[in-house]
Design a protein. Structure first.
Length: 91
């Protein structure tokens, strides 16, 4: 019994015309929750990263201000020592 290639191609074509949309719809509805959860995780990670960046910038600004205050205190201490030496008079 020989194979009728034309009939086989017709049957396969007819099955593919029906099955491809069914597979596509199934994949869409099956994968949609997974894709949405990935997007939610990515979005929250992006938001967290932006917030962390802002907090780090504020921390850097505070560190710079603290360095400035430390320099001012050190200069005040030096000035106080200088004034004390001046008030002591010649030794």
């Amino acid at each position: 019994m020989p194979i009728d290639w034309v009939a086989l191609a017709g049957v396969v074509g007819a099955l593919l015309v029906v099955l491809i949309p069914i597979i596509g719809l199934t994949a869409r509805f099956a994968l949609k929750p997974i894709v949405e959860s990935f997007r939610a995780v990515q979005g929250s990670a992006t938001r967290a990263t932006l917030e962390d960046t802002r907090l780090l910038e504020r921390l850097d600004a505070l560190a710079e201000r603290l360095d400035g205050i430390e320099n001012d205190v050190r200069r005040l201490g030096d000035a106080r020592e200088f004034d004390e030496k001046l008030l002591e008079g010649p030794s």
